[in-house]
Design a protein around this ligand. Structure first.
Ligand SMILES: [Zn+2]
Length: 244
């Protein structure tokens, strides 16, 4: 299950955890039960969403500006269900995200402001999943930019020197990176206890999920193969990188 010799998310002290992902609903879909587990354990979690998901609709009567506002509100409500109070949006345009230096700098700024112990993002190398699903290019861009911001940009004061010189933002070392949406996980958390919280948080993304009962059914079906319908177990997996 893990090649980290049984090490799980058993940090001794409360950690500051920064989630950097592309779209509203990514935190909940990708790793919402783990985030709920962390907030329940007393860790401080903040979200940084790089776009507001302003293209995520098939409704031809709604424009991107209105959709952006709807999705930001949905994201704040979902975060609150999970126990996350702080949600930042970097206002990049949905669908067009690239791992530019501007994006890397903006994430570096957030890292230096929050000074997280742990950064969670998604795997930039996941191009497709199984035989039926392409990964969204924004997800790949988000993961690439976030990882590049951790190292070396956040760590070294001469990287984006203006952050240090003009904004008084000290360099910061992120101790661990947790990568979700990866095909090479090395850690799997049992998130059975918080799976229903994940589902309740997903319900807040009303513009995205369609019929909530169907969604709940699909999510409850994602139990581990060896568990039963009467006693389901749920897991979320990551690539955990311990940097320092
Ligand atoms: Zn997404």
């Amino acid at each position: 299950m893990s090649d980290l010799n049984g090490v799980m998310d058993d940090w001794e002290n409360p950690q500051k955890i920064l989630i950097v992902l592309a779209h509203p609903d990514d935190p909940e879909f990708f790793c919402g039960a783990s985030i709920a587990r962390w907030t329940q354990a007393g860790h401080i979690v903040e979200y940084c969403l790089l776009t507001c998901g302003d293209k995520g609709t098939k409704d031809r009567t709604i424009n991107s500006t209105d959709l952006c506002g709807i999705r930001q509100n949905e994201q704040r409500a979902a975060a609150a269900v999970i126990g996350v109070q702080t949600v930042r949006f970097l206002s990049y345009e949905d669908g067009y995200l690239i791992p530019s230096l501007a994006l890397r700098k903006d994430i570096t700024r957030v890292i230096r402001q929050m000074q997280p112990d742990i950064l969670v993002t998604c795997d930039p190398t996941t191009l497709y999943v199984g035989g039926t699903r392409l990964n969204h290019p924004d997800h790949r861009a988000a993961g690439q930019a976030a990882i590049d911001a951790v190292f070396p940009a956040a760590r070294d004061h001469l990287n984006f020197v203006e952050l240090w010189r003009d904004e008084s933002l000290e360099p910061h070392v992120v101790r661990e990176v947790w990568v979700c949406g990866t095909q090479q996980p090395n850690i799997t958390l049992d998130v059975t206890d918080t799976w229903e919280i994940k589902i309740r948080a997903l319900f807040e993304h009303k513009s995205q999920i369609g019929d909530p009962d169907q969604l709940a059914g699909r999510m409850r079906n994602r139990r581990t193969p060896e568990s039963s319908q009467e006693n389901p177990r749920y897991e979320e997996s990551f690539r955990r990188l311990i940097l320092g």
